[in-house]
Design a protein around this ligand. Structure first.
Ligand SMILES: NC(=O)c1ccc[n+]([C@@H]2O[C@H](COP(=O)([O-])OP(=O)(O)OC[C@H]3O[C@@H](n4cnc5c(N)ncnc54)[C@H](O)[C@@H]3O)[C@@H](O)[C@H]2O)c1
Ligand SMILES: [Zn+2]
Ligand SMILES: [Zn+2]
Length: 345
């Protein structure tokens, strides 16, 4: 089979590899029908995630058809259409029992990281019973691919951890696929205002189409002054960081109102300066974390009822064997006006 393989910093190849086989009775082999590329894959390619070693197949998102199941798999059989979660979980350990799937004793984010991932013709999914979801009849498969990672990430770590409430003023810093997922799922709670902040005017225009009431362009406007002016000097109820650099966390701590929340979604590689001397008196909450994907069943329901349509995040489509061309487009997202790419087998 063909797979997108990490060959060390800056190097990748679409090459022939052995088809995965069942290694444990709880494994499921899935034939990929649709997959995508995540910003995290670009981080890995830069060499930012040293746990990924040369030879690893990348990718942690996708949908497919069950090809083969291990002897202990109860919920799936060959031929079933499935959604693959970016987080693998056994469903039985203490952390899984409390919904903290990202810290499963025998799972977590391992796909395309510690084990071979979904940017391939076939993938082995450990603990298939708990890490796969049946695809509802008639569901839009492109929309479903957004439920592997970015939608639960935006919803759980941005919206739920940030405690978005009806009427709130919410600021989202970073209008990438994750920030856009925050924007889409925040609307479940009817916030009063959603302010999207980014430097890319094309992404800000898209954010307005997706429900942002206001946008602020970093670089051409003073973000903090603008937010304070919009909110009568109070700041926002919820400031959501969806970039992963010190400057954007700093923006969040400057614009959060008394009694508000900062929800950090971005993956950080450098420390940030926490202004506790200003924040302690403001009764705020700060949260952060790795997506658990415990809300995937809920998101599947909202998709089914048309409450949210994440397929609008898809801007480019390729064949699975055009993987390198898809990386070229996604890796130059601003130039190509790309948000999410879909690769179909
Ligand atoms: N917590 C989790 O479980 C989890 C899961 C998935 C992704 N993430 C992280 O979420 C973050 C966002 O992911 P993404 O795929 O949307 O990333 P992305 O790189 O596609 O998008 C980031 C956006 O931030 C904007 N940006 C960059 N610098 C900025 C600045 N100074 N001010 C305002 N905007 C700025 C960019 O223009 C871009 O639109 C990343 O750090 C990613 O690693 C976290
Ligand atoms: Zn991802
Ligand atoms: Zn577990």
């Amino acid at each position: 089979m063909k797979a997108l393989v990490y060959q060390g910093p800056g190097q990748k190849d679409w090459i022939e590899k052995d088809k995965p086989t069942i290694l444990k009775p709880t494994d499921v082999i899935v034939k990929i029908t649709k997959t995508t590329i995540c910003g995290t894959d670009l981080h890995i390619l830069k060499g930012d995630v040293p746990a990924v070693t040369p030879g690893r197949t990348l990718g942690h998102e996708g949908v497919g058809i069950v090809e083969e199941v291990g002897a202990a798999v109860a919920n799936f059989k060959p031929g079933d259409a499935v959604l693959i979660s970016c987080v693998t979980s056994c469903g039985k350990c203490a952390n899984c029992k409390r919904g903290l799937y990202s810290h499963c004793d025998d799972g977590g984010w391992i796909l395309g990281h510690l084990i071979d991932g979904t940017q391939a013709e076939y993938v082995r999914i450990p603990h298939g019973d708990n890490s796969l979801y049946p695809i509802p009849e008639g569901a839009d498969e492109e929309a479903l691919v957004m439920l592997s990672d970015i939608m639960p990430t935006g919803f759980e770590i941005g919206v739920q951890y940030g405690r978005v409430k009806p009427g709130d003023t919410v600021a989202i810093v970073g209008a990438g696929p994750v920030g856009m997922s925050v924007l889409l799922t925040a609307q479940f709670y009817s916030p009063g205002r959603i302010v999207m902040i980014d430097m890319d005017p094309a992404r800000l225009a898209l954010a307005r189409q997706f429900g942002a009431t206001d946008t602020i362009q970093v670089g051409s406007e003073d973000v903090v002054a603008k937010v304070m002016e919009m909110t009568g000097g109070l700041g926002v109820d919820v400031a959501i960081e969806a970039v992963g650099v010190p400057a954007t966390f700093d923006t969040c701590q400057k614009i959060v109102s008394a009694g508000g929340s900062i929800a950090n979604v971005g993956v950080h590689g450098k420390p940030v300066e926490l202004h506790i001397e200003e924040l302690w008196i403001k009764n705020i909450n700060i949260s952060m974390g790795l997506v658990n994907t415990n809300t995937t069943p809920m998101l599947l329901k909202t998709l089914g009822t048309g409450k949210v349509d994440p397929s609008k995040l898809v801007t480019h489509r390729f064949g699975l064997n055009e993987m390198l061309a898809a990386y070229e487009v996604f890796g130059n997202a601003a130039r190509e006006k790309a948000m999410k790419v879909i690769l179909s087998a």
